[in-house]
Ligand binder design. Structure first.
Ligand code: PLP
Length: 381
């Protein structure tokens, strides 16, 4: 089976991890700070807080933003459930903004309308979790302009997008328009630490909150401690109810080795996306917009919804490991139990009904990609 996504691990990656195992701290050593610094250099963000998954990163971002019971957080239905779950962990209510059928990203028009309605009803969101679907950046400039009058915090879910750029050429992770940006290092993503994630921010307050919540809410920083413990080197204080969301040094060592190759990975993804774009032009499928700034996490086509299941299963039967991204979040039973129903976000639903994700990853060979293209052509006949 040709998988839809796959990590690329080489000998240098393996050696980096083995070295930590042989010589160093397994956790809370020097690898994590070094990885964080490298991530800042790469993106241009001033702060990066590594954590043990993209999901914990989203939770940390919501915590640092002060999202709590009674607050409202918006995101899009066309994403992994974690984009919405993070706000639920904080006890907030979640609502969704529909997508644009062309970009498959948050629709700026839908956002403008929803903001008008929310203003009339007197309940605006505290934060919006913006998702850069498949690695292609949302129109951050337009989103930031729309939300600016309302003091709404923007959190970027860039789990697909590390290594990409926004429309104005800012590196994803730079937080040019947002308070915080979260990404994931799961094996199918731009680079991997096995499990892992990071939250970027340019705001020292958010950075300190992120660090606090990622480590039990505990601090040893002298300035944050109550007075009278100057001669007690063992002393620490739990300031808030935090979590253990730390990344280990083993994982960070893998990340440090991987990030050296990120631009090569993204270039290979773009090259393969271009090959698909050209080869599929004559087939009866809707292709994604060929965004040269995208990190090309996924390559999704749309087929006639009535034929999707047949086409998908035929491809799987022929050894093509296709997938579907995403079942709209509001259609999961958990979100239905919160009051959402079929028909609430028609563009996300319509997109889902025809969507098929084709294999795309840095080491996908020309031969395997040609097999995918040829098999798709056969199956569509
Ligand atoms: C992968 C992913 C996450 C979660 O990342 P994990 O590291 O798997 O927890 C969140 N949002 C999106 C859009 C993702 O694709």
């Amino acid at each position: 089976m040709i998988p839809y996504g796959k990590h690329s691990v080489d000998e240098a990656d393996i050696q980096a991890v083995v070295e930590v195992l042989q010589n160093q701290f397994l956790t809370q050593g020097q690898q994590v700070p070094a990885f964080e610094q490298r991530l800042c250099e790469y993106t241009g963000a001033s702060g990066a807080v590594a954590c043990n998954s993209g999901t914990s990163g989203l939770h940390l971002a919501c915590l640092a933003a002060g999202v709590t019971v009674g607050d409202l957080v918006w995101t899009v239905p066309n994403s992994f459930a974690a984009s919405a779950n993070a706000a639920r962990y904080c006890g907030a209510d979640v609502d969704f903004i529909d997508i644009d059928p062309i970009t498959r990203n948050l629709s700026v028009e839908a956002l403008a309308q929803k903001l008008q309605q929310a203003k009339k009803r007197g309940r605006l969101p505290k934060a919006i979790v913006v998702v850069h679907f498949a690695g292609s950046s949302c129109d951050m400039n337009a989103i930031a302009q729309l939300t600016a009058p309302y003091d709404i915090l923007l959190i970027e879910d860039a789990a697909h997008a590390l290594g990409g750029k926004d429309k104005d050429g800012h590196r994803v992770g730079a937080c040019h328009y947002s308070a915080m940006t979260v990404t994931s290092f799961h094996p199918v993503k731009s680079i991997t630490t096995a499990e892992g994630g990071v939250v970027f921010t340019n705001d020292p307050y958010y950075e300190s909150q992120l660090r606090l919540y990622a480590s039990h809410g505990i601090t040893k920083a002298p300035k944050s401690l109550p007075e009278g413990h100057e001669n007690e080197p063992w002393f620490y204080a739990q300031q808030s109810l935090g979590f253990n969301y730390r990344l280990s040094d083993l994982h960070a060592a893998l990340g440090l080795a991987q990030i050296q190759r990120i631009d090569t990975f993204i270039a290979k993804r773009l090259e393969k996306a271009k090959r698909y774009h050209k080869a599929l032009s004559s087939l009866a499928v809707k292709r994604p917009v060929l965004d040269e700034n995208s990190a090309w996490h996924l390559y999704m086509i749309e087929v006639v919804p009535a034929h999707r299941t047949r086409i998908f299963n035929a491809l799987r039967d022929q050894g093509i490991g296709v997938n579907v991204h995403y079942i709209p979040i509001h259609l999961h039973p958990y979100y239905q139990s919160l009051g959402f129903s079929l028909g609430d976000f028609p563009h996300s639903e319509q997109y889902y009904n025809g969507a098929i994700t084709l294999p795309l990853f840095p080491d996908l060979s020309v031969k395997d990609q040609d097999t995918v293209i040829a098999t798709l052509g056969e199956v569509l006949k």
